[in-house]
Design a protein around this ligand. Structure first.
Ligand SMILES: [Zn+2]
Length: 175
């Protein structure tokens, strides 16, 4: 089985079924409106929170949930699957690590700033590995990665210069 395919465990399935919950207003907060929606909410139940609040704390909401009862002191945080990571690696095995939430695909754009030709390694989630090969100064390449799972997905991208000590690369990770 390719490492990019993640099977849903029984536990995840149970959670998904049990907590396809609605907020107190009765509206379904669990359904993403469309593929362009990037904003989500997470409920972090207060210590000793009631069952309803605990349930709301599972997974994410794609619509801001209403508090199930007065005096609810649970925390609510906003998240986003909109990715915009930029950076630079420079010199011998310089490495950049980025962790973020996103959807089921990302693009990694690499540009060589020279002054020598060189390449870079890209790892996604520590397993999917790609090498750019030699890139001339001012050339760029884009790599597309996908994986399956329930949104938002956590991604880990590591980029390292390919054993060259006189090369600079910029990277740009987007949806
Ligand atoms: Zn609460």
């Amino acid at each position: 089985m390719p490492s990019s395919i993640q099977a849903m465990t029984t536990e995840e399935f149970m959670r998904k079924e049990v907590f396809k919950s609605h907020d107190s207003s009765g509206s379904d907060t669990r359904t993403r409106r469309n593929n362009l929606q990037t904003q989500y909410w997470k409920v972090i139940p207060n210590e000793g929170a009631c069952e309803k609040c605990q349930a709301m704390g599972q997974g994410v909401h794609w619509e801001k949930p209403e508090r199930p009862h007065p005096n609810c002191k649970c925390e609510m945080v906003e998240g986003s699957i909109l990715v915009g990571r930029f950076g630079k690696i420079d010199g011998w095995r310089d490495t950049a690590s980025e962790q973020f939430t996103a959807g089921q695909s990302i693009n990694v754009f690499i540009r060589s700033l020279g002054p020598m030709a060189g390449g870079a390694h890209i790892w996604v989630d520590g397993s999917q590995h790609t090498q750019t090969g030699h890139m001339l100064p001012n050339s760029s390449r884009t790599y597309h990665f996908t994986k399956f799972g329930e949104l938002p997905l956590t991604w880990q991208v590591d980029i390292m210069t390919d054993g060259v000590d006189n090369c600079t690369f910029t990277y740009n990770i987007t949806n």
